[in-house]
Unconditional design. Structure first.
Length: 572
């Protein structure tokens, strides 16, 4: 079925199908920056959800529960391949696995995957922001008896949803998640042989929390923790990254300001024969795995772009390529710097596959040369693709910018890009927003082409880029990069107005103010990407490329809502 579109969308679907999910598609990349290492004193987190999903972003309101309330806990991690399978699973319902004591939840803006609301990130009203990273772990740790997961389809058993809906600081989120996995047992969704990393930031601190299974012997009620976990704080003046393998090294439990851990951190490793007491305890050696080439190369790419003066080397061998947990950046890090890193495809390095001789003949780069895409293309030309930070499998990518000293409605801003960072546009979503415009927040249906769904526009732009990547990517960046520059330049003026609204009319009016602005930005990007699909279709798919509009579409600059001149009455 085709909705809200000309026949071009159906033609696009037939001629340029969605990219095949390549090896490593379920990998993600995260960068965390301490507040003394940023250009504006904010804490920054850049993260991608690279599971080949069609994502959405939506608001869950705050809720107060009567004292003593226990809500039913439901656990399910469906993986339907069609919309009908999704509907069938919804009709069957989730399985109740327990009861969760709860008193209050906070308003949160959640980022989730298609079909089921598998929450994989977001930001809450207090400026806490989180993401997720899949990680391999020692097989001895596998267990499928747990009932809480990083992104269960029901919030009561989703660690990310609970962290965002129930914590006011990063440390609170870590303690909450730690207690949940210890009590209820941790199982990674769809893969009980995997662990996870959860990046967590607030107004003051950046942390990476790593969680692994408890081993096959664990059962609910056995009296032992249902997971083993460790969380390390990023030093305020430094930067760290995670690319789907454990990054926490030697553990010093005597430094609680920078490290938190489960009570079984040593005993479980000793019990399973993963560590011998009396020898140095290195977390990633005890519980993690070496990972693959794509893990270590992405770590190297991120850290090398942030701190090139270190001269970090990459051999492509993950056994050899272990990097410091965190590094001092050569220059203060900005939001723009992180969006650039999240688009990295090894440009200017020996790992840039677009420089392969197969793509460069007669002194000219072939228009089809691209850093990622269908393996069929790479097999045809005899090129081995590299897993880069920028990848076509991203469901969404965002940079969370959390500031201390600002009123709650504008203290946190999530610069959100649907689809791959390389072909998407980072758009501001403030933590004070109380609702997200419908085209971005409704559950997408990837079994039906619907141009009123924003997800389809970003998917189609990415796929059209593959027709003549070297040329099309210039057009796409000609739309998104100037837009991002304008929005970043516009930010101080908007926030000054929002600050005045908060001071003169109160937090509720300020929330309405930032909600209006946030949705204006999202809707303007939505409109421009609809035009961009048509532009790229004419230029690269239609036989007559000169039929394309003479100018690239532009994202309309949002208008700052007016602040009423009358002051609110102050009570004494």
């Amino acid at each position: 079925m085709l909705k809200g579109s000309s026949g071009f969308a159906l033609l696009l679907f037939l001629v340029a199908p969605l990219a095949l999910i390549a090896e490593g598609a379920y990998a993600c990349t995260t960068i965390l920056v301490g507040r003394a290492a940023t250009a504006d004193g904010s804490v920054l987190m850049a993260t991608s959800c690279d599971g080949g999903i069609m994502g959405r972003v939506y608001v869950v309101p705050a809720k107060q529960y009567p004292k003593g309330t226990k809500v039913p806990m439901f656990y399910d991690c469906p993986a339907p391949s069609t919309w009908q399978e999704h509907l069938d699973q919804k009709e069957r319902g989730d399985t109740q696995v327990g009861n969760l004591p709860i008193e209050q939840t906070y308003r949160a803006i959640l980022a989730a995957g298609h079909f089921a609301d598998s929450v994989t990130g977001g930001i809450n009203e207090h400026g806490v922001s989180m993401g997720i990273e899949y990680m391999g772990m020692k097989p001895e740790l596998a267990n499928s008896n747990g009932i809480v997961s990083t992104c269960s389809s029901h919030w009561t058993t989703s660690l990310i949803a609970n962290g965002l809906m129930r914590a006011r600081t990063a440390r609170e989120a870590i303690r909450l998640i730690g207690s949940m996995v210890e009590q209820y047992g941790f199982t990674y969704y769809w893969a009980p042989t995997a662990g996870c990393a959860i990046p967590i930031v607030d107004k003051k601190e950046a942390w990476i929390m790593e969680i692994f299974g408890p081993g096959k012997a664990w059962t609910p009620g056995c009296g032992k923790p249902g997971a083993v976990w460790c969380a390390q704080r990023v030093p305020d003046g430094e930067v760290t990254c995670n690319a789907n393998r454990s990054r926490i090294g030697e553990v010093d439990l005597g430094d609680p300001d920078h490290l938190m851990a489960s009570p079984n951190i040593h005993s479980l490793a000793e019990e399973l024969g993963l560590w011998k007491r009396g020898t140095p305890f290195v977390w990633y050696d005890a519980y993690g795995v070496t990972g693959g080439r794509g893990n270590s190369l992405r770590e190297w790419a991120a850290l090398s772009r942030i701190a090139p003066s270190l001269g970090l080397e990459a051999t492509g061998d993950p056994k050899k390529d272990r990097y410091p947990f965190s590094v001092k950046p050569d220059a203060k890090v900005s939001v723009a710097a992180l969006t650039s890193v999240m688009r990295d495809c090894y440009q200017g390095t020996e790992f840039d596959v677009t420089e392969h001789p197969a793509f460069n003949r007669g002194g000219k780069k072939n228009p089809l040369a691209r850093p990622f895409g269908s393996r069929d293309l790479f097999d045809l030309v005899g090129v081995q693709p590299e897993r880069s930070i920028g990848t076509e499998t991203s469901g969404y990518v965002y940079v969370s910018q959390i500031r201390d000293g600002l009123p709650a409605p504008i203290s946190g801003c999530m610069w959100f890009a649907l689809g791959p960072a390389v072909t998407s546009c980072f758009t501001p979503i403030y933590c004070g927003a109380t609702e997200i415009t419908e085209s971005w927040s409704r559950q997408p249906n990837f079994a039906e082409i619907d141009r009123t769904q924003i997800q389809w526009k970003f998917q189609l732009v990415e796929n059209l880029a593959g027709l003549k990547y070297q040329e099309a990517i210039k057009d796409i960046r000609g739309v998104c990069e100037p837009t991002e520059e304008r929005l970043l330049k516009f930010q101080p003026e908007f926030e000054a107005a929002a600050l005045r609204m908060n001071e003169e009319h109160g937090a509720a009016r300020a929330e309405s103010f930032v909600t209006e602005y946030t949705n204006s930005c999202l809707e303007n990007v939505d409109d421009a990407y609809g035009e961009l699909v048509d532009y790229l279709t004419f230029k690269y798919l239609y036989s007559y490329s000169n039929a394309a509009p003479p100018k690239l579409p532009e994202v309309t600059t949002p208008v700052i809502p007016k602040v009423p001149t009358s002051r609110r009455l102050k009570t004494h």
